[in-house]
Ligand binder design. Sequence first.
Ligand SMILES: CC(C)(COP(=O)(O)OP(=O)(O)OC[C@H]1O[C@@H](n2cnc3c(N)ncnc32)[C@H](O)[C@@H]1O)[C@@H](O)C(=O)NCCC(=O)NCCS
Ligand SMILES: Nc1ncnc2c1ncn2[C@@H]1O[C@H](COP(=O)(O)OP(=O)(O)OP(=O)(O)O)[C@@H](O)[C@H]1O
Length: 207
Amino acid sequence: MRVLGLTGGIGMGKSTVARLLRGAGFPVFDADAVVHAVQAPGGRALPAIARLVPSSVTNGVLDRAALRRAVIGDPALLAGLEGIIHPLVRQERARFLARARRSGHCWAVLDVPLLFETGGDRACDRVVVVSAPVDVQAYRVRRRRNMAPEQVKAVIARQMPDREKRRRADDVILTGLSRADTTRRVRRLIARLRRADDPRTCRRKGE
Ligand SMILES: CC(C)(COP(=O)(O)OP(=O)(O)OC[C@H]1O[C@@H](n2cnc3c(N)ncnc32)[C@H](O)[C@@H]1O)[C@@H](O)C(=O)NCCC(=O)NCCS
Ligand SMILES: Nc1ncnc2c1ncn2[C@@H]1O[C@H](COP(=O)(O)OP(=O)(O)OP(=O)(O)O)[C@@H](O)[C@H]1O
């Protein structure tokens, strides 16, 4: 089995590409979903987050917007939060890869926003970077989330610059045009991935 890393800056269209790959039968690990799960009521990260930023947790429920406000612009606090979250994400990722390997898939996809920043690309055979022009990125993030422009800037500043990600990528999927165009680009990517599959060693169940 080979591992395909999928990454890109906030709002670049990564989740959209992940959905298309999942729809084509690829097992996809969603790091953001793991972050959300460990931060949900009863989640494994909650006690430590409540100690780190006490005002963000009330009656066992995390206020993500409050946590975001607290950590954005406070690098030490964000590093503390990442220190809580990233080991849990790594654990879940290992479980996911073991499962995908056991079931004999040709490819497993790791959808991780901070793939390069956390060295996760070292576990990948290929890395796909999802990218769009910066003005499209800013527009999407503003429209979808209730985030002030300076918060958007702070998140983007924390992430590796898009051009650096594209430089390190094996494939780049541009999402600045229509959704139909994004879908076509992902189809072409899937065809490239499958060309190198060896049906004697893996299966394409549903893929
Ligand atoms: C700061 C938090 C509370 C904000 O929550 P919110 O619901 O507003 O955003 P969400 O979790 O959906 O993240 C949206 C996007 O923000 C970006 N982002 C999130 N965390 C980080 C980070 N630590 N550094 C850089 N970008 C980040 C990613 O592009 C991500 O896709 C949350 O993102 C969090 O707990 N982050 C720390 C964990 C982390 O490093 N996550 C990144 C994925 S491994
Ligand atoms: N051609 C396109 N391709 C991909 N996404 C598009 C396109 N046109 C508009 N969008 C929209 O852009 C937004 C951002 O896409 P998506 O949620 O996939 O990004 P993301 O990189 O996962 O973002 P985040 O890091 O914020 O979770 C979505 O609302 C999506 O519907």
